[in-house]
Design a protein around this ligand. Structure first.
Ligand SMILES: [Zn+2]
Length: 147
């Protein structure tokens, strides 16, 4: 648990609020004026810098929307082009229109990102250790509640 200020908000929560604000601001600035790339870049790079200093992992869906090289928010049709290619293996090519760098993401059917797997969260790992019915190498089964 981190320290709490007078309002009862911990430092972690405050940092998450900052990151959320910066992410939304970087998108909003581009939505209002597509030519205002510099301001959007500033917000996105600040967000990445705060996350890096606090050793926070940004979600892959957020990371993929920011250019790794120039920190521009990648909006298809405005700051990036998105193409589906079938050369070698089917993949998506996202090209940043500012620095012309490309990122490729494979489209494998049934592929699940590590962060979206059950095993990625700390709670699930601890449950596995404490639950004697779940043995090594056996994946915990999801309970379908019908919701
Ligand atoms: Zn770029």
């Amino acid at each position: 648990m981190g320290r709490k200020d007078k309002k009862g908000i911990s430092e972690k929560q405050e940092a998450c609020h900052k990151l959320n604000f910066l992410h939304q601001a970087s998108h909003a600035v581009l939505a209002i004026n597509p030519d205002n790339v510099a301001m959007s870049r500033y917000y996105a790079s600040t967000m990445k810098e705060i996350a890096r200093k606090l050793v926070y992992k940004l979600d892959p869906s957020i990371k993929r929307k920011i250019c790794k090289y120039c920190h521009v928010v990648l909006v298809p049709g405005v700051t990036a082009t998105v193409r589906l290619r079938r050369k070698r293996e089917k993949h998506i090519v996202v090209k940043c229109l500012c620095c012309k760098k490309m990122k490729r993401y494979l489209c494998r059917p049934g592929h699940v990102l590590w962060s979206e797997r059950n095993m990625s969260s700390v709670e699930n790992r601890q449950n596995e250790k404490n639950d004697p019915e779940i043995k090594k190498g056996q994946k915990p089964q999801k309970v379908n509640t019908g919701l």
